[in-house]
Design a protein around this ligand. Structure first.
Ligand code: G3I
Length: 349
């Protein structure tokens, strides 16, 4: 079918894709990104460590390229991400003498950073992942220098600063594992807290790093409904579907030594994907999209975390050196059968 994904879903929700830094100069990838998608998220290029290298001098070379690319293509940019516990420049939390900053000093630094960064692209960003992954599975606040130095209200402050820097940008809280009741409850409480204080939050980002069996579709359905009930939009921000076995927690520890036999079990398709697994991937994506379409009035975007299997972080996580097949385009940049299945879905409902 000649139709593109963004056209097939134009009455439902935006369809996005994450771009790696090197994708911007790969015309095969940018051509597909232009044709099939209408929003782009930087997989790495807009993280703090990418624009604030060790020197402490901002480097907006790649991000300016990204905004130049979307100006031509008419895509929306999703800013990923302002406050996270990863991809941080180490020196951020210390003063010149190497002394750890106090609360007010770090709040000022964060506000200045957001004013500089969000201000630079004011009016050009659909929305920002203001805070990413702030909670643990048990619902407690994830430890990070932000929490340690500022305290629990670092989240509210980040949303306030972002809104002041670009009043028209949508502001998102983004996380994974939100079907987990305790983590979900923590995010529900956060959204309620922000709203009660009159601090803008427009959406909850459900990352969507899934597999052929996780999550249970009913749990996903209820999770989306729960957030929609709070009066915020829901976005699927980093969708990919791994087709590989998932090693147990004991195997994922730093000191875990996985036997060569076990590694083969965990990497069953090193050369190509068997047809029956390809079909499972297609029906899994179709099932997931049926849930998204069921909540179409609340779901405003579905972004794939990468365009082609060769680029996926799932090839190296939760263990290195696997061959996964989680995305819409294969390693030769051909559309998989799942693309046609998704193109037909909205009309077939
Ligand atoms: O670009 C540098 C390169 O200069 C350097 O030589 C090389 C070796 O250190 O590293 C390269 O940076 C890597 C970067 O990806 C770009 O390829 C980093 O090491 C690597 O850690 C980084 O991984 C990214 C990861 O976030 C951490 O930032 C993954 O591509 C990206 O898929 C992943 O995405 C996250 C979301 O932001 C948040 N949700 C979870 C998701 C998966 O972890």
């Amino acid at each position: 079918s000649a139709m593109s994904l963004k056209d097939a879903y134009k009455n439902e929700f935006l369809i996005g894709v994450a771009l790696a830094n090197k994708d911007l100069t790969n015309s095969s990838i940018t051509t597909i990104a232009n044709n099939e998608f209408n929003t782009v998220t930087a997989e790495f290029g807009m993280k703090m460590t990418s624009i604030l290298p060790e020197s402490g001098v901002y480097n907006f070379a790649w991000t300016d390229q990204l905004f130049g690319f979307v100006k031509k293509s008419g895509h929306f940019v999703v800013g990923h991400t302002l406050v996270w516990h990863k991809a941080l420049p180490e020196w951020l939390f210390c003063d010149r003498m190497g002394q750890k900053l106090k609360r007010d000093q770090l709040l000022l630094k964060l506000q200045q950073h957001i004013n500089t960064y969000v201000g630079r692209y004011r009016g050009q960003v659909l929305g920002w992942d203001v805070v990413n992954e702030a909670f643990n599975y048990d619902g407690s606040f994830r430890n990070s220098p932000w929490l340690e130095i500022i305290g629990e209200d670092y989240i509210e402050k980040a949303f306030e600063f972002a809104h002041q820097a670009d009043p028209n940008a949508e502001l998102y809280y983004n996380d994974y594992g939100l079907v987990n009741p305790k983590k979900q409850a923590a995010v529900v409480a956060l959204v309620k807290r922000l709203k009660k204080k009159g601090i803008p939050i427009h959406a909850v980002g459900i990352q969507g790093h899934y597999s052929l069996t996780y999550p249970d579709l009913n749990k996903l359905d209820k999770t989306i409904a729960r957030f929609a009930k709070l009066g915020v939009k829901v976005m699927i921000t980093e969708l990919d579907v791994s087709v590989l076995p998932f090693p147990g927690v004991e195997e994922r520890g730093e000191d875990a030594v996985i036997s060569a036999e076990r590694l083969i079990e965990l990497n069953p398709y090193p050369n190509q994907l068997p047809d029956e697994i390809q079909q499972q991937l297609t029906s899994r994506y179709r099932d997931l999209f049926c849930v998204f379409l069921k909540h179409q009035s609340a779901v405003s975007r579905v972004t794939f975390w990468g365009l082609t299997d060769s680029r996926s972080w799932r090839n190296n996580w939760p263990i290195e050196g696997r061959t996964d097949y989680p995305l819409l385009f294969d390693r030769a940049l051909n559309a998989k059968p799942v693309v046609d299945a998704l193109l037909e879905l909205p009309a077939s409902r």
